[in-house]
Design a protein around this ligand. Structure first.
Ligand code: NAP
Length: 216
């Protein structure tokens, strides 16, 4: 059920992105209070939920995004924000317990380098222009490497279920999670909406709004 204080637009923006963030962090990442979590791609559809959900678990969150999104990512709760146009997080001194990667633009070894020895890399996304063969090499590489290293390298596909949607609803009802809506398009502007999404720089979610037609 949609909580009363959540709009239809916010509710529609949540399911896949919020479930991916919740299941990735909680089930695959076994997130715990006090951990250091890095969200790569913190300004996107999944990333904006991941920052807020990771904060709701009492973790210390670093978000990675471009310059124009630094203030927004901070405003949704990130403790630190790394502007990837200025700094490469894989070359920094900081080590993380969880790396939630929505972008997939760094090699496995670069990602492992910033993980603690028992850290977990959760691979959610891939670059928009990635070749299938490169994606397979990365996924198979992670599978083959995983048994031989102390860190966990995990990829997964989120599953829709009522129990987790209820949890997402509660997080939204209590204000711990607020969907970030970037642009709104009408039904007949769906091609433009998809074109915008495919550029890979949406800020949060893009919504399709349905106009009421009182004459029908
Ligand atoms: N495994 C699953 O179940 C599952 C579910 C949903 C989505 N996905 C995948 O997860 C990925 C993310 O989905 P999404 O809906 O969040 O995508 P999205 O909304 O299109 O992501 C756009 C965001 O990516 C950021 N970004 C682009 N290049 C970046 C870089 N080099 N470093 C850091 N951030 C960068 C952009 O921030 P700037 O504008 O600041 O660059 C933008 O905010 C996609 O590959 C999608 O297919 C997987």
């Amino acid at each position: 059920m949609k909580p009363d204080n959540v709009t239809f637009e916010q509710a529609a923006a949540a399911p896949v992105a919020a479930l991916t963030a919740l299941q990735g962090l909680r089930d695959k990442g076994r997130i715990k209070p006090g951990q250091k979590v890095l969200i790569n791609g913190a300004a996107g559809g999944v990333g904006t939920f991941a920052v807020q959900i990771a904060k709701s678990f009492g973790t210390d969150v670093t978000g990675v995004c471009s310059t124009r999104n630094v203030d927004m990512v901070r405003s949704i709760g990130a403790d630190r924000v790394i502007d990837y146009t200025q700094e490469d997080f894989t070359k920094g001194e900081q080590r993380y317990d969880l790396l939630f990667d929505n972008v997939g633009n760094h090699s496995l070894s670069a990602c492992r380098h910033v993980l603690n020895p028992k850290g977990i890399l959760i691979m959610i996304g891939a670059p928009h222009d990635v070749r299938v063969i490169d994606l397979l090499v990365r996924l198979i590489g992670a599978l083959m490497l995983s048994p031989f290293v102390s860190q966990k390298l995990i990829t997964f596909i989120a599953k829709s279920n009522e129990e987790d949607l209820t949890i997402v609803g509660e997080l939204m009802a209590t204000g711990k999670v607020t969907p970030v809506i970037d642009r709104r398009y009408s039904l007949n502007e769906i091609p433009e909406a998809l074109e915008y999404l495919e550029k890979g720089h949406a800020r949060g979610k893009v919504a399709i709004t349905l106009e009421h037609n009182n004459e029908t």
